[in-house]
Design a protein around this ligand. Structure first.
Ligand SMILES: *[C@@H]1O[C@H](CO)[C@@H](O)[C@H](O)[C@H]1NC(C)=O
Length: 421
């Protein structure tokens, strides 16, 4: 076998996760869950899924490989419909499911495929999703009838015939952005595909965005501000471009591509995130006289979604002490006409000399931000000359001085008086 990754290493990579690049010629063994259509005879509940394996890649060289795995095994014949380009993201973050595809007793006419024997059991669909949202793919498999069928045999030789995938299962956009919702397909022969894009929003909001009929070559739009390149269908792309996204386009976009009577779909979740603009009502250095009052306000405006965390912290200069939270007052959320929100957070401060050099920091956390926004204000507090405290201190010290003098005078006189004795 010509490969940079010997099979034992590949299996190792499968479980440990590593950077061994997947060569076209390498055999890949994908752990899957097989959802059997059968139900438990006692309570009619669906049976729990079984462990299964999908074996792909390896070219024709893998004849000699040991393909005896525990569980049901689907061995894919080489086909132009190939998942391997997606597997560069690594195998450790994938979720794979395989289920029989119900053809509702209609025979699927597919070039090169003869399913004469068992119509119910001859089509499968396997879906592979990347947990980090890098891609999602659904592939139709058909059982190869040349396989000598043995009831106890858990090994199925199958052919991948049609795959629909997206590299953007989750899309985050800002308001007014143009976004491309990726939807790509591969069919093992030249075929007229039909495409439809549908939308499902919050609540029961649903609707058709567009439909393209492969037989009549007619494209019909039901939404404005969207487009799909019909020429790109030749190359296997049915991606949808959304222009100037608004909050009302948040939701699920469903790309459905059909060939013969096989329908595949991919769901793309679009979410809007708008970053807050942060503004303080004071400069970065605030000078106050002892006893003065000042209101510190910071505004976070035009953010989306609603959840936001705003705080004011008090930090002592050059200490290892953790900053403490200040007691603040929040305004209520204000909603702008474009659906974004604004909020302000404030506190009233009365200057005290011991706060000289302290910094007040406002911090905003929001899901549109990689790290919180922080803004600091340094406080300078000057003593107040005509402060009553100052006056009181002066008066008290004068009285004490006077008292001291009086006592000293009296003691001195007493001592002098005693002298004659
Ligand atoms: C949303 O509306 C606010 C208030 O009218 C405006 O300041 C802000 O720029 C708008 N945001 C976008 C992305 O248009």
């Amino acid at each position: 076998m010509e490969s940079d990754c010997p099979i034992s290493l590949i299996l190792f990579v499968l479980f440990i996760g590593g950077n061994c690049s997947i060569e076209e010629t390498a055999v890949i063994k994908l752990p899957c869950l097989y959802g059997s259509p059968q139900h438990n005879l006692l309570d009619n509940q669906p049976l729990p899924p079984n462990t299964a394996w999908v074996v792909l890649g390896g070219g024709q060289d893998r004849k000699g490989e040991n393909l005896d795995f525990e569980g049901i095994t689907f061995i894919l014949k080489d086909s132009p419909v190939n998942l391997t380009p997606f597997l560069k993201w690594g195998l450790e973050d994938l979720k794979c499911d395989i289920t029989p595809y119900f053809t509702a007793d209609t025979q699927i006419l597919w070039p090169g495929v003869t399913n004469t024997d068992n119509v119910v059991d001859s089509w499968y669909i396997y879906t592979v999703k990347h947990n980090g949202g890098k891609f999602s793919a659904a592939t139709f498999l058909t059982k190869l009838s040349e396989t000598p069928e043995k009831k106890e045999d858990d090994k199925h030789h199958v052919l991948a015939t049609f795959m629909l995938s997206t590299r953007t299962p989750r899309v985050y956009a800002r308001l007014m952005d143009n976004v491309l919702l990726d939807c790509a397909f591969t069919v093992d022969h030249r075929a007229d595909v039909s495409v439809s894009w549908n939308y499902r929003g919050r609540g029961r909001q649903e609707g058709k965005i567009l439909s393209y009929n492969g037989a009549t070559k007619m494209l019909q739009y039901n939404w404005k501000g969207v487009s799909m390149q019909v020429e790109e269908l030749e190359n296997g792309y049915a991606s949808l471009l959304l222009r100037n996204v608004a909050l009302k386009s948040e939701g699920l976009f469903i790309c459905t591509v059909s060939v013969a009577s096989l329908f595949a779909e991919q769901q793309i979740h679009l979410q809007i995130k708008e970053r807050p603009n942060v503004k303080l009502n004071v400069d970065s250095v605030v000078t106050l006289k002892e006893g003065d009052e000042r209101k510190f306000v910071y505004d976070a405006s035009n953010y989306y979604p609603l959840d936001v965390n705003m705080e004011w912290l008090r930090e002592l200069p050059s200490t290892e002490l953790l900053p403490s939270l200040l007691n603040v007052i929040y305004s209520s959320h204000r909603k702008n006409h474009n659906g974004t929100y604004s909020l302000s957070c404030s506190f009233l401060y009365k200057a005290s000399l011991q706060d000289d050099g302290v910094t007040f920091t406002c911090r905003v956390e929001h899901e549109s931000l990689k790290k919180p926004i922080r803004n600091s204000v340094t406080l300078i507090v000057l003593p107040n000359d005509d402060s009553p405290v100052w006056m009181l201190a002066l008066v008290v010290s004068l009285i004490l001085l006077l008292l001291y003098c009086v006592i000293k005078y009296c003691t001195d006189r007493n001592t002098n008086k005693r002298k004659p004795y």
